[in-house]
Design a protein around this ligand. Structure first.
Ligand code: ASP
Length: 338
């Protein structure tokens, strides 16, 4: 397996074919690429039913009672892994968190042997994060028909549940995707969030998506939706924007760190600050997928300001992951007698 573009393009087509079953229901969640509006809307509507106010008991259901959900994370995660775990528990599933530092993949077991082991233990849903392109689709392609695979972050390529929680957060604040101007600022070249969220925004009809980055972090042509504009100036990029989302520099994916701006240069030229907000639309919201580096991609007080919906994103993350788990379990329902 390689991380080259040619592998990726083959893999994207493959993912699109794999993720729906013959009736058009969500079988795996691998990519936002070509996931139709009706599926996105169905997942957002379902996620809304799982929301309750902070301070009240979280919504629970028995939709996944008797099921087992396992997380296989070969890259670090805080929000995604914990919110999937909470989502599975709140739906009544058993949750198995594979500790990859001690798992057999470290001891040389192949990825597929690990998958086959979990399969033999009758795991129903595998949540996968990996630094290599194509891993979630590869697993979905090789696992048996009783397993659903959810992509929880794939290299620089895809992070579909992040896109869904971003869209839910935007929909709560803005209602109409078809009138939106969205500015995503940062390491666009290496960000799977920029990719998946802009793909989903295009599908929902957002007419003006701006991806703003330093020249050295410009994505390769053809790796993001053609409708999105690449810009290099923050002030131009956020002019009249309704939604602004700064991103972290993905240092772990950059071979030569000397090619990117220093932290001070970056904050001066690309850090989103309160002083920028007068350029944006009057009721603009500020989002961030986390982990957030205060004082680098975002001014600390802006992250805590009334414009910030960063905590709503986190809350919505649990609801969206419950919705995705509930949707894929439906496509596995035929094995109830298991
Ligand atoms: N948490 C997001 C991801 O996994 C964003 C980031 O790491 O910067 O891609």
């Amino acid at each position: 397996m390689s991380g080259t573009r040619s592998f990726l393009i083959a893999s994207t087509a493959e993912q699109t074919d794999l993720q729906l079953d013959s009736q058009g229901n969500l079988r795996h969640l691998l990519t936002m690429h070509n996931l139709e509006q009706q599926h996105i809307t169905m997942l957002l509507d379902k996620a809304e039913t799982y929301l309750s106010d902070i301070g009240k008991k979280p919504v629970r259901s028995t939709t996944l009672q008797g099921r087992t959900v396992a997380s296989l994370f070969f890259e670090p995660s805080t929000r995604t892994r914990t919110s999937f775990e909470l989502a599975a528990h709140r739906l009544g599933a058993d949750f198995l968190n594979l500790n990859v530092n001690t798992s057999s993949r470290r001891k040389g077991e192949s990825l597929l042997d690990t998958v086959y082991t979990l399969q033999a233990m009758q795991v129903d849903v595998l949540i996968v994060r990996d630094a290599q392109t194509g891993v979630p689709a590869y697993i979905a392609n090789h696992a048996n028909e009783f397993i659903s695979v959810l992509n929880a972050g794939e290299s620089t390529i895809a992070h579909p549940t992040q896109a869904l929680l971003d869209l839910l957060t935007i929909r709560q604040q803005k209602k109409d995707f078809e009138k939106l101007t969205v500015a995503i600022i940062g390491d666009i070249k290496h960000s799977r969030v920029a990719r998946s969220t802009s793909e989903a925004l295009v599908t929902m009809g957002a007419p003006d998506i701006r991806l703003i980055c330093p020249e050295s972090l410009t994505p390769e042509k053809g790796t993001l939706p053609s409708q999105a504009k690449i810009l290099h100036n923050v002030r131009d990029g956020i002019s009249n924007a309704d939604v602004i989302m700064p991103l972290r520099i993905q240092r772990e994916r950059i071979e030569n760190l000397a090619d990117i701006p220093t932290v001070d240069q970056y904050y001066a030229n690309y850090g989103l600050k309160s002083s920028h907000m007068s350029l944006a639309a009057p009721d603009a919201i500020v989002m961030h997928p986390g982990p957030m580096n205060r004082g680098i991609e975002i001014e600390s007080k802006l992250a805590d300001s009334a414009a910030s919906v960063i905590q709503e994103q986190v809350k919505n993350g649990v609801a969206v992951r419950m919705a995705v788990l509930a949707a894929v379990i439906k496509s596995l329902n035929y094995k109830d007698s298991k």
